[in-house]
Design a protein around this ligand. Structure first.
Ligand code: NAI
Ligand code: MG
Length: 362
């Protein structure tokens, strides 16, 4: 019998990107063995390394590899070496470019606070312990992509940013959020500013309509300012939050910081169908690159999201996440999350421990 095969484009990028990606690939290869599937990895260059090698942050070959794949794993891009480059020769241009090329419209960022990690948060342990929420952000519409204008008016310079949402754009992102909620606690909070913004009133109307297809999911609406308050006052009330581009940009960073540890934050960006790009929230950390001390968990947790959202391998995803939590519970920490840095372990050791925990699980 033919084994199920998944094609994964692997784009390690710059700085700590290659180090953390190596550990994520080890975990994935172990998953493949356990689940009786095969993963076919194709490596591509993006960011600074691609500028140096190919003269562009996003070579055509990288786009091709990514489009042919079932999912993309991305490390991080950027570094001081390229900071003075002109815009089109900057590493971030590669990131923006690939997101656009792949039609990624849904950004999904979990904020999970495991009880063994509460000391990392700036909030009280009883407030953050047990937080387990996901922010689903619309990624290609709204005010960031609306028409921009600058002109002179009678009272000095004028600036305009237009905020447009189409019904179909709202519907597809809201459906992603309902689907995510369905696999979790089945509680969805749609965040808008419907008391002021017309685009929010359309958002609310479409969300209500789509909700009819998800009678098992409990939908509520919250104004964005109220949500900002509730996220720090009582974050445990949230399961899945869905919101438009700019609100999501702000709220996803705010929610992420409930956990206090950048080296643990995973993300997914989805296109139509099951295709997605998975990457840690953090950057290329040039200050610690090449030292073997970076935390690979954000990338490993991003790989778990890929298993769940692009490959439908829910149990394997749960297993990887449980392996990560068990390693943390046993007290193992990389330097970024260690209370006592002298006891910190390195990137490879963290990857090895996750693999060991995964091997030991049923
Ligand atoms: P950063 O996230 O790379 O680093 C911020 C701080 O967190 C640093 O002290 C770093 O050592 C630490 N850190 C980050 N990830 C870590 C990990 N996995 N383990 C241990 N410590 C970790 O953000 P920064 O310093 O603002 O940017 C550095 C470069 O990364 C810049 O060139 C920036 O443009 C780029 N960047 C790229 C992103 C991406 O590829 N998606 C996102 C953010 C920044
Ligand atoms: Mg942001």
């Amino acid at each position: 019998k033919m084994k199920k095969n998944y094609r994964i484009a692997v784009l390690p990028g710059d700085g700590i990107g290659p180090e953390i990606m190596e550990e994520a690939v080890k975990v994935l290869s172990l998953v493949a063995e356990r689940e009786g599937v095969t993963f076919d990895y194709k490596y591509g260059r993006i960011g600074g390394i691609a500028i140096d090698t190919d003269g562009t942050p996003l070579p055509a070959e990288t786009i091709a590899i990514s489009k042919e794949a079932d999912a993309v794993m991305l490390g991080a891009v950027g570094g001081p070496k390229w900071d003075q480059n002109p815009g089109h020769l900057r590493p971030e241009a590669g990131l923006l470019g690939i997101r656009k090329e792949l039609g990624l419209f849904a950004n999904i960022r979990p904020a999970t606070m495991h009880s063994s990690m509460v000391e990392a948060s700036s909030l009280k342990p009883e407030v953050v312990s047990g937080v387990d929420l996901i922010v689903v952000r619309e990624l290609t519409g709204g005010i960031y992509f609306g028409e921009k204008k600058r002109y002179d008016g009678p009272n000095g310079e004028v600036a305009e940013d237009q905020c447009i949402y189409h019904e179909a754009e709202v519907e597809r992102i809201v459906r992603v959020a309902f689907d995510v909620a369905r696999k979790r606690q089945k509680r969805l909070v749609s965040v808008d500013k419907a008391n002021v913004l017309e685009s929010s009133r359309l958002w609310r109307k479409v969300t209500e309509r789509v909700a009819a297809d998800y009678p098992d999911v409990e939908l509520s609406h919250m104004l964005v300012d109220a949500c900002a308050m509730q996220l720090v006052r009582a974050p445990k009330q949230f399961d899945v939050i869905v919101t438009e581009n700019m609100f999501g940009d702000i709220l996803s960073d705010q929610a992420a910081m409930l956990t206090g540890s950048i080296g643990m934050l995973a993300s997914a960006s989805l296109a139509e169908g099951s295709f997605g790009l998975y990457e840690p929230v953090h950057g290329s950390a040039p200050d610690i690159a090449g030292q073997g001390i970076a935390n690979p968990l954000a990338t490993i947790l991003s790989a778990a999201m890929m298993l769940r959202l692009s490959f439908g391998m829910d149990k394997a995803a749960d297993d990887v996440e449980r392996a990560v939590w068990s390693v943390l519970e046993a007290g193992h920490r990389t330097g970024d999350i260690a209370a006592d840095r002298s006891k910190a372990i390195g990137t490879k050791e963290m990857g090895r421990l996750v693999c060991e925990a995964l091997s030991g699980s049923a």
